[in-house]
Design a protein around this ligand. Structure first.
Ligand SMILES: [Zn+2]
Length: 78
């Protein structure tokens, strides 16, 4: 049994599973840019990134990546 801590909200995730299967999704944490985040925080993060991207005139992957990195840096303490 593995317990990990969400780097955003600090919540403990017991029996951490990254098992990702379309039919049987028991995934309960994600690793984004070397941080572990719970599904709720990942959603929050992605909404923030999406909103920031809407305000850009032109989509670019580099901007998306930088925005994502900035968002995760702001929301995690590591
Ligand atoms: Zn969390």
């Amino acid at each position: 049994m593995t317990t990990i801590t969400c780097d955003m909200c600090g919540k403990q995730i017991r029996e951490a599973s990254r098992h990702d299967n379309y039919f049987l999704n028991d995934r309960n944490y994600y690793t984004v840019m070397n941080r572990d985040v719970c599904p709720e925080c990942k959603e929050e993060l992605e909404n923030a990134v999406r909103e920031a991207m809407y305000s850009q005139k032109k989509y670019s992957f580099a901007t998306y990546k930088a925005t994502y990195q900035a968002a995760i840096d702001q929301n995690t303490r590591r």
